[in-house]
Design a protein around this ligand. Structure first.
Ligand code: ATP
Length: 238
Protein backbone atom coordinates (compact mmCIF):
# COMPACT_ATOMS: atom_id res chain seq x y z
CA UNK A 1 0.00 0.00 0.00
CA UNK A 2 1.27 3.46 -0.88
CA UNK A 3 1.82 5.83 2.05
CA UNK A 4 1.16 8.88 -0.10
CA UNK A 5 -0.75 11.73 1.52
CA UNK A 6 -1.71 12.90 -1.96
CA UNK A 7 -1.85 10.62 -4.95
CA UNK A 8 -2.57 12.16 -8.34
CA UNK A 9 -3.09 9.86 -11.31
CA UNK A 10 -3.68 10.74 -14.93
CA UNK A 11 -4.98 14.20 -14.13
CA UNK A 12 -6.50 15.93 -17.14
CA UNK A 13 -7.89 19.45 -17.31
CA UNK A 14 -9.47 21.07 -20.29
CA UNK A 15 -10.12 24.78 -20.86
CA UNK A 16 -12.63 24.73 -23.72
CA UNK A 17 -10.80 23.07 -26.59
CA UNK A 18 -7.37 23.22 -24.92
CA UNK A 19 -6.08 20.22 -23.01
CA UNK A 20 -4.00 22.03 -20.39
CA UNK A 21 -3.09 18.91 -18.37
CA UNK A 22 -2.50 15.75 -20.38
CA UNK A 23 -2.37 13.01 -17.78
CA UNK A 24 -0.30 14.24 -14.85
CA UNK A 25 0.64 11.70 -12.16
CA UNK A 26 2.60 12.30 -8.98
CA UNK A 27 2.59 11.70 -5.24
CA UNK A 28 3.28 13.71 -2.14
CA UNK A 29 4.21 11.81 1.00
CA UNK A 30 3.50 12.98 4.51
CA UNK A 31 6.14 15.40 5.79
CA UNK A 32 7.63 16.21 2.39
CA UNK A 33 8.15 19.43 0.51
CA UNK A 34 7.48 18.60 -3.15
CA UNK A 35 7.84 21.13 -5.96
CA UNK A 36 6.38 21.43 -9.41
CA UNK A 37 8.71 23.46 -11.57
CA UNK A 38 8.39 24.45 -15.21
CA UNK A 39 7.98 27.32 -17.63
CA UNK A 40 5.09 29.78 -17.82
CA UNK A 41 1.95 28.08 -19.02
CA UNK A 42 3.20 24.53 -18.39
CA UNK A 43 0.20 23.68 -16.22
CA UNK A 44 1.46 24.08 -12.66
CA UNK A 45 -1.24 26.48 -11.49
CA UNK A 46 -3.88 24.40 -13.25
CA UNK A 47 -2.70 21.36 -11.27
CA UNK A 48 -3.08 23.15 -7.94
CA UNK A 49 -6.49 24.54 -8.92
CA UNK A 50 -7.72 21.07 -9.76
CA UNK A 51 -6.45 19.66 -6.46
CA UNK A 52 -8.27 22.25 -4.38
CA UNK A 53 -11.52 21.83 -6.28
CA UNK A 54 -11.47 25.18 -8.07
CA UNK A 55 -11.78 23.66 -11.56
CA UNK A 56 -13.19 20.38 -12.89
CA UNK A 57 -10.79 17.61 -13.88
CA UNK A 58 -10.72 14.00 -14.91
CA UNK A 59 -8.38 11.41 -13.45
CA UNK A 60 -7.72 10.41 -9.88
CA UNK A 61 -6.96 12.65 -6.93
CA UNK A 62 -6.73 10.88 -3.60
CA UNK A 63 -6.03 12.86 -0.45
CA UNK A 64 -5.50 10.79 2.71
CA UNK A 65 -7.04 7.90 0.84
CA UNK A 66 -10.19 9.84 -0.09
CA UNK A 67 -11.13 10.49 -3.70
CA UNK A 68 -11.55 14.27 -4.18
CA UNK A 69 -13.24 14.05 -7.60
CA UNK A 70 -16.69 15.15 -6.45
CA UNK A 71 -15.76 17.03 -3.29
CA UNK A 72 -16.51 20.79 -3.32
CA UNK A 73 -13.62 23.13 -2.50
CA UNK A 74 -14.94 24.28 0.90
CA UNK A 75 -15.12 20.63 1.93
CA UNK A 76 -11.61 19.98 0.65
CA UNK A 77 -10.35 22.68 3.03
CA UNK A 78 -12.09 20.89 5.90
CA UNK A 79 -10.31 17.68 4.95
CA UNK A 80 -7.00 19.45 5.53
CA UNK A 81 -5.91 20.73 2.14
CA UNK A 82 -5.39 24.51 1.96
CA UNK A 83 -4.33 26.58 -1.04
CA UNK A 84 -2.39 29.84 -1.12
CA UNK A 85 -3.19 30.84 -4.71
CA UNK A 86 -1.22 32.47 -7.50
CA UNK A 87 -1.46 36.23 -7.20
CA UNK A 88 -2.05 35.81 -3.43
CA UNK A 89 -5.81 36.31 -3.61
CA UNK A 90 -6.07 38.41 -0.48
CA UNK A 91 -9.24 40.46 -0.13
CA UNK A 92 -7.86 43.99 -0.63
CA UNK A 93 -10.77 45.83 0.99
CA UNK A 94 -10.80 43.66 4.09
CA UNK A 95 -8.38 44.19 6.94
CA UNK A 96 -5.54 41.81 7.68
CA UNK A 97 -7.51 40.50 10.68
CA UNK A 98 -10.59 39.87 8.51
CA UNK A 99 -8.51 38.08 5.88
CA UNK A 100 -7.09 35.81 8.56
CA UNK A 101 -10.56 35.08 9.93
CA UNK A 102 -11.65 34.07 6.44
CA UNK A 103 -8.87 31.46 6.49
CA UNK A 104 -10.45 29.83 9.54
CA UNK A 105 -13.97 29.74 8.08
CA UNK A 106 -14.08 25.97 8.17
CA UNK A 107 -13.35 25.78 11.89
CA UNK A 108 -15.33 26.35 15.05
CA UNK A 109 -12.90 25.95 17.94
CA UNK A 110 -12.30 29.57 19.05
CA UNK A 111 -9.43 28.80 21.43
CA UNK A 112 -7.62 26.78 18.79
CA UNK A 113 -8.17 29.52 16.19
CA UNK A 114 -6.70 32.05 18.63
CA UNK A 115 -3.65 29.81 19.07
CA UNK A 116 -3.25 29.58 15.29
CA UNK A 117 -3.42 33.37 15.04
CA UNK A 118 -0.66 33.71 17.63
CA UNK A 119 1.38 31.23 15.64
CA UNK A 120 0.94 33.28 12.45
CA UNK A 121 2.15 36.36 14.35
CA UNK A 122 5.21 34.39 15.46
CA UNK A 123 5.94 33.38 11.87
CA UNK A 124 5.21 36.87 10.54
CA UNK A 125 5.63 39.47 13.29
CA UNK A 126 4.62 42.29 10.90
CA UNK A 127 1.17 40.74 10.60
CA UNK A 128 0.25 41.66 14.15
CA UNK A 129 1.27 45.29 13.64
CA UNK A 130 -0.92 45.50 10.55
CA UNK A 131 -4.08 43.76 11.76
CA UNK A 132 -6.38 46.77 11.24
CA UNK A 133 -4.85 47.76 7.92
CA UNK A 134 -6.64 46.98 4.64
CA UNK A 135 -4.87 44.10 2.93
CA UNK A 136 -4.71 46.07 -0.35
CA UNK A 137 -2.41 48.63 1.27
CA UNK A 138 0.23 46.05 2.25
CA UNK A 139 3.47 45.61 0.30
CA UNK A 140 3.73 42.64 -2.07
CA UNK A 141 5.82 40.68 0.42
CA UNK A 142 3.36 41.37 3.24
CA UNK A 143 0.45 40.30 1.04
CA UNK A 144 2.25 37.05 0.29
CA UNK A 145 2.83 36.49 3.99
CA UNK A 146 -0.85 37.19 4.62
CA UNK A 147 -1.86 34.71 1.91
CA UNK A 148 0.30 32.00 3.52
CA UNK A 149 -1.00 32.87 6.98
CA UNK A 150 -4.60 32.74 5.78
CA UNK A 151 -4.03 29.26 4.35
CA UNK A 152 -2.38 28.17 7.61
CA UNK A 153 -5.44 29.36 9.54
CA UNK A 154 -7.25 26.36 8.06
CA UNK A 155 -4.76 24.16 9.98
CA UNK A 156 -3.90 22.19 6.87
CA UNK A 157 -2.19 18.82 6.64
CA UNK A 158 -1.20 19.70 3.08
CA UNK A 159 -0.47 23.26 2.01
CA UNK A 160 -0.49 24.18 -1.69
CA UNK A 161 1.67 27.23 -2.38
CA UNK A 162 1.49 28.83 -5.82
CA UNK A 163 4.42 31.08 -6.74
CA UNK A 164 5.04 32.52 -3.29
CA UNK A 165 8.19 34.31 -4.50
CA UNK A 166 6.66 35.98 -7.57
CA UNK A 167 7.53 39.67 -7.93
CA UNK A 168 9.29 39.92 -4.57
CA UNK A 169 12.73 41.32 -3.76
CA UNK A 170 15.48 38.75 -3.08
CA UNK A 171 15.58 39.48 0.65
CA UNK A 172 11.82 38.88 0.98
CA UNK A 173 12.07 35.75 -1.20
CA UNK A 174 14.70 34.38 1.20
CA UNK A 175 12.36 35.08 4.15
CA UNK A 176 9.46 33.33 2.41
CA UNK A 177 11.58 30.23 1.79
CA UNK A 178 12.72 30.22 5.43
CA UNK A 179 9.06 30.25 6.45
CA UNK A 180 8.32 27.38 4.06
CA UNK A 181 11.06 25.31 5.72
CA UNK A 182 9.82 26.23 9.19
CA UNK A 183 6.17 25.43 8.47
CA UNK A 184 7.23 22.09 7.00
CA UNK A 185 9.39 21.31 10.05
CA UNK A 186 6.32 21.92 12.20
CA UNK A 187 4.59 19.08 10.38
CA UNK A 188 2.78 20.61 7.41
CA UNK A 189 3.36 18.81 4.11
CA UNK A 190 3.91 21.26 1.24
CA UNK A 191 3.28 21.16 -2.49
CA UNK A 192 5.05 24.15 -3.99
CA UNK A 193 4.73 25.64 -7.46
CA UNK A 194 7.62 27.93 -8.34
CA UNK A 195 9.24 29.74 -11.25
CA UNK A 196 12.27 30.19 -9.03
CA UNK A 197 13.42 26.63 -9.61
CA UNK A 198 16.71 26.98 -7.79
CA UNK A 199 15.15 28.13 -4.52
CA UNK A 200 12.35 25.59 -4.86
CA UNK A 201 14.69 22.65 -5.44
CA UNK A 202 16.86 23.68 -2.49
CA UNK A 203 13.96 23.33 -0.04
CA UNK A 204 12.33 20.32 -1.71
CA UNK A 205 12.68 16.65 -0.86
CA UNK A 206 11.48 15.83 -4.36
CA UNK A 207 10.32 17.69 -7.44
CA UNK A 208 8.58 17.19 -10.75
CA UNK A 209 9.24 19.10 -13.96
CA UNK A 210 6.05 20.05 -15.82
CA UNK A 211 6.23 20.78 -19.55
CA UNK A 212 3.17 21.59 -21.67
CA UNK A 213 0.76 19.68 -19.48
CA UNK A 214 2.93 16.65 -18.75
CA UNK A 215 5.52 15.62 -16.21
CA UNK A 216 8.78 15.05 -18.03
CA UNK A 217 11.25 14.56 -15.19
CA UNK A 218 11.21 13.85 -11.48
CA UNK A 219 13.69 13.21 -8.71
CA UNK A 220 15.12 14.39 -5.43
CA UNK A 221 15.47 18.17 -5.16
CA UNK A 222 19.23 17.84 -4.67
CA UNK A 223 19.56 15.60 -7.76
CA UNK A 224 17.51 17.85 -10.02
CA UNK A 225 19.59 20.87 -8.95
CA UNK A 226 22.52 19.17 -10.69
CA UNK A 227 20.65 17.53 -13.55
CA UNK A 228 22.00 19.03 -16.80
CA UNK A 229 18.50 19.15 -18.34
CA UNK A 230 17.17 21.13 -15.39
CA UNK A 231 20.26 23.32 -15.25
CA UNK A 232 20.00 24.15 -18.95
CA UNK A 233 16.25 24.86 -18.99
CA UNK A 234 15.39 26.20 -15.54
CA UNK A 235 18.51 27.27 -13.69
CA UNK A 236 19.89 29.80 -16.15
CA UNK A 237 22.40 27.33 -17.62
CA UNK A 238 24.94 27.53 -14.77
P1 ATP B 1 2.06 30.27 -14.83
O1 ATP B 1 3.11 30.17 -13.83
O2 ATP B 1 2.30 31.27 -15.90
O3 ATP B 1 0.69 30.40 -14.24
P2 ATP B 1 1.54 27.51 -15.18
O4 ATP B 1 2.54 26.44 -15.39
O5 ATP B 1 0.98 27.64 -13.83
O6 ATP B 1 2.11 28.88 -15.63
P3 ATP B 1 -1.16 27.34 -16.11
O7 ATP B 1 -1.54 28.69 -15.61
O8 ATP B 1 -1.61 26.16 -15.35
O9 ATP B 1 0.41 27.25 -16.26
O10 ATP B 1 -1.63 27.22 -17.62
C1 ATP B 1 -1.59 26.01 -18.39
C2 ATP B 1 -2.19 26.24 -19.76
O11 ATP B 1 -3.60 26.46 -19.64
C3 ATP B 1 -1.63 27.44 -20.50
O12 ATP B 1 -1.58 27.11 -21.87
C4 ATP B 1 -2.64 28.53 -20.25
O13 ATP B 1 -2.66 29.45 -21.30
C5 ATP B 1 -3.94 27.73 -20.19
N1 ATP B 1 -4.92 28.35 -19.28
C6 ATP B 1 -4.74 28.62 -17.97
N2 ATP B 1 -5.85 29.14 -17.41
C7 ATP B 1 -6.76 29.21 -18.41
C8 ATP B 1 -8.13 29.64 -18.49
N3 ATP B 1 -8.78 30.12 -17.42
N4 ATP B 1 -8.74 29.56 -19.70
C9 ATP B 1 -8.11 29.07 -20.79
N5 ATP B 1 -6.84 28.63 -20.77
C10 ATP B 1 -6.17 28.69 -19.61
Amino acid sequence: MSNALLKVSDLEVRYGGILALKGVSFEVNKGEVVSLIGANGAGKTTTLRALSGMIPFSGGVEFQGQNLAKVPSHQIVRLGLAHSPEGRGVFPNLTVAENLQMGAFSRKDKAEIARNLEHCYELFPRMKERLKQKAGTLSGGEQQMLAISRALMAQPTLLLLDEPSLGLAPLIVAQIFEIIKKVNKEGVTILLVEQNARMALKVSNRAYVVETGKITLSGKGSELLNDPRVVASYLGGH
